[in-house]
Design a protein around this ligand. Structure first.
Ligand code: 8ID
Ligand code: ZN
Length: 348
């Protein structure tokens, strides 16, 4: 019942045409599972991969996508704990070596041999995709696969970044890029973790969404407001305990320490091409600031992020489109027009 051929969105070169075409359905290796992807989120990382934005080689031709939720249709001979019919998810980290210092310390995103879905291996913009069984996300059957898809990169990533911030319940956390895919999820995870949130993004639609639906105490519009002054004013002049930088723009990476509270942390997550972080050394020292990066999450972070969703604590907005709409979604994303996430239905 597994077909020989399937529909996939494929591109051959950076910024080249993205073509919906029929390609072979891959076969799982001994430690892999084959997932019939029902829904896949579109992450800004997929747009970076298509454009060739980063100093990290992309497999070409490529089927992008790394937020895929679906049903297991085949398992390799070494796979014991996942069976055909189970629900499973493909995330950014498709596999890692298991033997290096980082893998042994359960910091597998730092593995130098990491295989990345929709980047160094074909991803989820197709109907059937491969996952390493050890790294595939286990999805409880009662969870809706469309709402689940964005959790598999966006959810895991923001949950991990919030943990890395070491904010505590009651602390104020600035989410920069709050109206985007990761941002809307970050507001929900932050609220569930007991943090107070300040949203930074642009436009009335995102402002309304962040404050009325997603629990932000205040919205700062970076196109109109004095970002630093408004955040300081809202935090009694001291600044926020933590800043999570999700924006695909360099400026916030230059500004964040200005509105971060002394002893606070600035967590970099967004990956604007070629961007640099800059901060006053004097302020970083005398105000004891932490500036750090956070990169997806490990398998336990994955399970915990799914668990928050399963408990009904996360309901970030998403719109469903078809796999064939991918180029249109990229266009809207490039312009910053998407409030929340797009999820693609893979039926053609
Ligand atoms: O593990 C990681 N570190 C990781 C995981 C997943 C994604 C990193 N990322 C990266 C992506 O590659 C991308 O660079 O996080 C970034 C955000 O991904 P996304 O949430 O999927 O992108 P989006 O939906 O386009 O949202 C970006 C938002 O940033 C806003 C935009 O308006 C949009 O809502 N924004 C921009 I562009 N400039 C801003 C600014 N100066 C800004 N918001 C505030 N201030
Ligand atoms: Zn992603």
């Amino acid at each position: 019942k597994i077909p020989e051929k399937q529909w996939a969105q494929v591109f051959d070169k950076h910024n080249g045409p993205i073509e919906l075409k029929q390609i072979p359905v891959p076969k799982p290796g001994p430690d892999q599972i084959l997932i019939n992807i029902k829904y896949t989120g579109v992450c800004h990382t997929d747009l970076h991969a298509w454009k060739g934005d980063w100093p990290l080689d992309v497999k070409l031709p490529l089927v992008g996508g790394h937020e895929g939720a679906g049903v297991v249709v085949a398992v390799g001979e070494l796979v014991k704990d996942i069976k055909v019919g189970d629900h499973a998810g493909i995330k950014w980290l498709n596999s890692s070596c298991g033997q290096c210092d980082f893998c042994m310390a359960v910091d597998e995103p730092l593995c130098q041999k990491a295989v990345l879905s929709g980047y160094t291996q074909d991803g989820t913009f197709q109907q059937y995709a491969l996952a390493n069984a050890g790294h595939a996300a286990r999805i409880p059957k009662e969870l809706p696969l469309d709402a689940m898809a964005p959790i598999l990169c966006g959810g895991i990533t923001v949950y991990k970044a919030l943990k890395e911030s070491h904010a505590r319940p009651g602390d104020s956390v600035v989410i920069t890029g709050a109206g985007g895919g990761l941002g809307t999820l970050a507001l929900q995870y932050a609220k569930a973790m007991g943090f107070r949130t300040i949203a930074v993004d642009a436009g009335d639609e995102k402002a309304q969404l962040c404050t009325e639906k997603l629990g932000a105490e205040v919205f700062v519009d970076f196109t109109k407001d004095d970002v630093i002054a408004k955040i300081k004013e809202h935090t009694g002049g001291l600044g926020a305990h933590a800043v999570i930088l999700l924006a695909v723009s360099e400026k916030p990476f230059q500004q964040a320490t200005e509105y971060c509270r002394s002893r606070g942390s600035v967590v970099c997550v967004g990956l604007p091409p070629g961007a640099k972080i800059s901060a006053s050394v004097f302020n970083t020292v005398v105000r004891m600031l932490t500036i750090k990066g956070s990169y997806v999450g490990n398998r336990l972070d994955t399970q915990e992020a799914i668990d928050f969703f399963a408990r009904g604590l996360i309901s970030a907005p998403y719109k469903v489109a078809k796999l064939s709409d991918l180029p249109k979604v990229f266009e809207m994303m490039e312009k910053g027009e998407i409030a929340g996430r797009y999820v693609l239905d893979t039926t053609v």
